[in-house]
Design a protein around this ligand. Structure first.
Ligand code: SAM
Length: 278
């Protein structure tokens, strides 16, 4: 059977650090397609050179995807086989490609996956936190106020939560997770997975936040944060706290209403009232 079919877009996962994770099928497909659409052509060129593949590269990133998707559809219609890759891992997972895949499918053309590495799944597979039901949240907002708002909306989620984070914000995000979910929630941080300095730390959120704050090495690299979902007791405390807060805030200053509601219900105070982004 031929490695690639005419008129097909192959969505190809590439390694998240360890070159050995490029699958044999990914190599075959990348070697055989007419062109490879890449988020950063220089980055992908390095990968291709390392594995001895020489195919034309086309830039496809969040700023030009809307404009060039139709041109790629035309190429596929004319019989070309194309591949889509991102800088690392699986395209479309916190990476470009969604609009292209949608347009190719809308044109009635085939889109075929070449699965492989994905940081979220790699972290989940080693976390030892329930993985039968999980919720992929990708990157949290960059600003603390928006981040806390998002976390407040997720604080009662009972499924395991999966976040991506960068070295710039790992410390702040852990601090906000403690504030909004309470410090005793179990979590795992997967750092630099499949790379030389891979670390997988598991503990309560407040212990992890303290560990990362105290050790600059633990703030370097790329991170996946896996947080255990809310258990029923914590969920009930939060509901009760929110109910009390809504009532008390009708008569008291928000900060005092939150303090009282938290004391009475046992819910984390900051999950009731943002606390001004401290
Ligand atoms: N599409 C990729 C995937 O399939 O995982 C994710 C791309 S997203 C732009 C990059 C983020 O993924 C990083 O900021 C980090 O949160 C996570 N990530 C990527 N590689 C990682 C690694 N080796 N270890 C831990 N996290 C990683």
């Amino acid at each position: 059977m031929a490695t690639t079919k005419a008129g097909t877009l192959y969505v190809v996962a590439t390694p998240i650090g360890n070159l050995g994770d490029l699958s044999p099928r990914a190599r075959e497909v990348l070697s055989a397609v007419d062109a490879i659409c890449a988020e950063d052509t220089r980055h992908t060129r390095q990968l291709l050179v390392a594995v001895g593949i020489d195919r034309p590269l086309l830039a496809l990133h969040e700023h030009n995807e809307g404009e060039i998707a139709w041109k790629l559809v035309e190429r596929l219609k004319s019989g070309d086989a194309l591949a889509l890759v991102s800088d690392a891992g699986t395209p479309l997972v916190s990476d470009p490609g969604y609009r292209l895949v949608r347009e190719v499918r809308a044109a009635g053309l085939a889109v075929s996956p070449i699965p492989g590495a994905c940081a979220a799944i790699a972290a989940l597979s080693v976390a030892g936190i329930p993985s039968d039901r999980f919720c992929f949240e990708g990157f949290l907002p960059a600003k603390s106020s928006a981040r806390r708002e998002r976390l407040a909306a997720l604080s009662r989620e009972t499924r395991t939560l999966v976040f991506y984070e960068s070295s710039h914000r790992i410390e702040e995000s852990l601090r906000d997770l403690v504030a909004m979910f309470g410090g005793d929630r179990e979590a795992v941080i997967g750092r630099e997975l499949t790379k030389l300095f891979e670390t997988v730390l598991g503990d309560t959120l407040d212990t992890l936040a303290a560990q990362v704050a105290a050790d600059e090495h633990q703030r370097k690299g790329e991170f996946v944060i896996i947080v255990r979902g809310c258990d029923d007791d914590a969920s009930a405390r939060l509901l009760e706290g929110q109910r009390l807060y809504a009532k008390l805030a009708e008569h008291l200053k928000p900060s005092l209403a939150a303090k009282l509601a938290a004391d009475i219900s046992g819910a984390p105070r900051k999950s009731l009232y943002g606390g001004g982004g401290e």
